[in-house]
Design a protein around this ligand. Structure first.
Ligand code: PMP
Length: 317
């Protein structure tokens, strides 16, 4: 074997160029999403947030607040129960900030959701079946161990705080001058979005209605029923602490059929180029019905909560 003439030769010294510090991160792109008006309804395009959903906001807000308040320290593991979007969003924030992340998910959520968290370097543990209760228990128990921090989106008031101080005021700034929101409509995963945004809206219009939407097949809030449905990300099979604490602030609970929600969801892609998940279809449908039945409410605001790609095999193929 011939030896390379360079073998054993010393590499010429390369002068060290100091690397300037990195600037910014993907978290700078969270928020400031467009607000559109379609079919008479104001829709906030939250699926455009990094990690693909509205939950990028609470993930960023809760993790940064925990850092500021000394509840989360370098090296700690973040553990959160999630049917998908919050887990994905927290995995993204944990990746940027260098925390190990453990997402506990119910077994039957779409495989894409678990894969997305793994793509951000998180560990995913599955437990329970369709609903998130078992995952919640596991995350809560782990969160009590030293070296762990559990944001607990379903119970934490920080979730409402984010929506009252960030998402809600952002929408108010985007509405045309002199336009007051008359109602906010949305599904309840935690309840944080409609309650926090509703609180912000009531600061400018105390009459603003907060309307919760849930699937007909599993009307847990209105009639205590728990069953399977197709609107992933909302109505996880229990009444979350956030919603229970603020229930008195919610004016109405309306129901939408999963099948109608999916039809509306596909229509959003075909007609407006908005490729979004089933809850977005359900939100728009509930908002349009409210507008039809109660025109006196005035301007109605809702959310396109997450992007459609992770539902491709389930609902679009
Ligand atoms: N839509 C989707 C797709 C969601 O993932 C969620 C939150 N899990 C919601 C709506 C409802 O948000 P909230 O938790 O604020 O009630």
């Amino acid at each position: 074997m011939t030896r390379s003439p360079l073998a054993g030769a010393r590499a010429p010294a390369v002068p060290e160029v100091p690397v300037p510090p990195d600037v910014g991160s993907v978290l700078d792109a969270v928020g400031d999403t467009p607000l559109l008006r379609i079919e008479g309804i104001w829709v906030k395009l939250e699926f455009l947030n990094p990690s693909g959903s509205i939950k990028a906001r609470i993930a960023t807000y809760m993790i940064e607040r925990a850092e500021r308040e000394g509840l989360l320290r370098p090296g700690d593991t973040i553990v959160e129960a999630s049917s998908g979007n919050t887990g994905n969003a927290m995995s993204m924030v944990a990746a940027v900030k260098g925390y190990p992340m453990l997402v506990v998910m119910p077994r039957n959520v779409s495989t894409e959701r678990a894969a997305i968290s793994r793509a951000f370097g998180a560990e995913v543990r599955t437990t329970g079946d369709f609903h998130v209760n078992a995952a919640l228990e596991t995350a809560r128990e782990l969160g009590e161990q030293p070296g762990y921090f559990a944001p607990q989106q379903f119970d934490s008031e920080w979730n409402v705080d984010e929506n009252r101080t960030w998402l809600g005021p952002e929408i108010l700034r985007q509405l045309p001058p002199g336009t007051l929101p008359g109602a906010v409509v949305g599904g309840v995963g935690t309840g944080g979005t409609i309650i926090g945004v509703g609180q912000a809206f009531r600061e400018v219009n105390p009459e603003c209605r907060i309307v919760a939407m849930e699937p007909n097949e599993s009307c847990t809030l209105a009639c205590g029923e728990i069953d399977k449905h197709l609107i992933e990300g909302i109505s996880d099979g229990f009444v979350p602490g956030v919603f229970a604490r603020h229930r008195h602030e919610v004016d109405e609970i309306v129901a939408v059929d999963s099948a109608d929600a999916l039809r509306q969801c596909r229509e959003l892609g075909r007609r407006y180029g908005l490729f979004v998940g089933p809850s977005s279809g359900a939100h728009l449908l509930a908002a349009k019905r409210l507008r039809r039945d109660r025109p006196e409410l005035g301007e109605i605001v809702t959310f396109l909560a997450d992007e459609g790609e992770k539902y491709l095999t389930e609902h679009f193929d």
